[in-house]
Write a protein that binds this ligand. Structure first.
Ligand code: G6P
Length: 367
């Protein structure tokens, strides 16, 4: 049956608001609250033998993969290489037989990612795929299929598929960590507990929709917008910039906060909104000091942090968005929501075709 918009103005908006439900649905097949374990679909792979992971994807799915690199290296201590599919397939990467290649795709049909998958297979890699469409080519080809249960995504700009990918990748990272002997039972129970808090935390983030709508006018007139983050929030900054570009047609760049001084700081003046993603935690002070450099040059800061972070560094920002406190493993899932909503409301204000932005396709099945 055809998917309907219901009471929402756009599919993208509906899909953003579906996230608590679809992330919960996705997690329900990867975490087992009854025994505090993470679980993958039945398979006969020996994850303990995996010494290297290669991640390949395009677009928003690539940014989910970048977050996963931080998680897999941090929790499982397994080195991760990551490429966009169009580079991977032609650069003749060094692929060891028996290493794991992880492909991430909403559609499971993106031509570059599929060609990369076939290349990995020919090199003897084990193929895992995080895919939203269970009947897709990538789903059929995978040795280990890790489905997301986001349901059909209609808006061209990916939203709920992204957060579901992150949920699966977090569970995968925890699983690999256990297989590699890097996770105690207690740590695993903690991770399961925090993952289960994700839907509620997303819901809390969605509660700021009105505030975010009200700040869209700060961004809509801009010619350039900068997004800054560190650690797993760096890929979120890239994703925020991509969302804004895709649907509002405003030029936006995501940057690692610490790299700003090597270039983009030259762009900063009072016409450039700068969106800073900085949950409190070990990287907070560093990001805040980059934020002060922006402020000193008159940049208009929209600061996304938790209550503690906002209390410490929220003064002098043109707007702030308060996120719930969240474990590092679910922070990127939660921080995805305000960047999606901001892009959405800016696009609505500009009057673009939100669900069908110009020149873009939902699934790119040609090279
Ligand atoms: C297109 C879509 C993006 C998507 C990308 C990768 O560019 O517009 O939203 O992230 O393809 O698609 P996939 O289906 O492989 O995740």
């Amino acid at each position: 049956s055809a998917v309907e918009k219901g009471n929402y103005r756009h599919f993208m908006q509906k899909e953003i608001f579906e996230q608590p439900a679809v992330v919960a649905n996705t997690l329900s097949s990867y975490v087992r609250p009854y025994d505090g374990k993470v679980a993958l679909p039945d398979n006969d792979l020996d994850l303990s033998a995996i010494d290297r992971v290669t991640i390949v994807a395009c677009g928003t799915s690539f940014y989910a993969g970048m977050v996963a690199k931080y998680w897999i290296e941090q929790f499982a201590r397994v080195p991760v290489d990551i490429d966009v599919a169009s580079e991977f397939r032609y650069r003749d990467p060094v692929l060891e037989k028996g290493s794991l290649a992880l492909f991430i795709s909403q559609s499971g049909e993106t031509a570059d990612t599929l060609a990369a998958l076939e290349h990995s297979r020919a090199c003897g890699q084990i193929i895992a795929a995080v895919v939203n469409v269970p009947t897709s080519a990538m789903a059929r080809e995978a040795d280990l299929l890790l489905p997301t249960h986001a349901g059909p995504e209609i808006g061209v700009a990916s939203t709920k598929a992204f957060t579901c990918q992150l949920a699966v990748l977090a569970a995968f990272a925890a699983n690999l960590a256990r297989a590699k002997g890097k996770l105690s039972e207690e740590e695993e129970r903690e991770i399961v507990k925090h993952l289960q808090e994700a839907p509620e935390a997303i819901n809390d983030a969605l509660g700021h929709d009105d505030d975010i709508q009200a700040m869209a006018h700060l961004v809509a007139p801009a010619r350039d917008v900068l997004y800054l983050g560190r650690g797993p929030d760096y890929p979120l900054a890239l994703e925020g910039a991509l969302k804004l570009k895709e649907i509002s047609y405003i030029h936006a760049e995501g940057y690692a906060a610490g790299e700003m001084k090597h270039g983009p700081i030259a762009l900063i003046d009072d016409a450039v909104p700068v969106i800073v993603l900085a949950p409190s935690g070990p990287l907070f002070e560093k990001t805040v000091s980059n934020m002060q450099e922006v402020r000193a040059r008159g940049g208009k800061i929209i600061f996304i942090s938790d209550a503690k972070g906002l209390a410490e560094a929220g003064d002098g920002c043109v707007a702030t968005i308060e996120m719930p406190e969240a474990h590092p493993l679910i922070q990127p899932i939660v921080y995805a929501v305000p960047v999606q909503l901001l892009a959405y409301h800016v696009a609505v204000l500009k009057g673009t075709d939100v669900d069908q932005p110009r020149n873009l396709a939902k699934s790119v099945t040609v090279e």
